[in-house]
Design a protein around this ligand. Structure first.
Ligand SMILES: [Zn+2]
Length: 89
């Protein structure tokens, strides 16, 4: 997994300081506008805006995510994994 530095911002849910992102698929792909992201601290599901800052999903974006059962299952697994990751920002 490759960690990529992104513009500094805050998680809109918990205020966690965001400055890096990691592609959990293990592929060396740079983050892009429109990709889903999870807050490392609280597990909030968000999406990258054009400046690669995490924002809440719109209603349409959320409905699209919820319609994809495999994606919902994967997100749930990731959120559960994040619960046990060390925090120290
Ligand atoms: Zn958060």
């Amino acid at each position: 997994m490759t960690e990529t530095r992104i513009a500094e911002s805050r998680c809109p849910n918990c205020g966690w300081h965001v400055s890096h992102t990691t592609n959990v698929d293990g592929e060396d792909i740079a983050p892009e506008c429109g990709q889903l992201t999870l807050c490392y601290f609280c597990g909030a599901v968000m999406i990258f805006d054009a400046g690669l800052k995490p924002r809440w999903l719109t209603q349409d974006e959320l409905e699209n995510v919820l319609a994809d059962r495999k994606l919902v299952f994967k997100l749930a697994q990731l959120v559960e994994t994040l619960r046990f990751m060390p925090k120290g920002n």
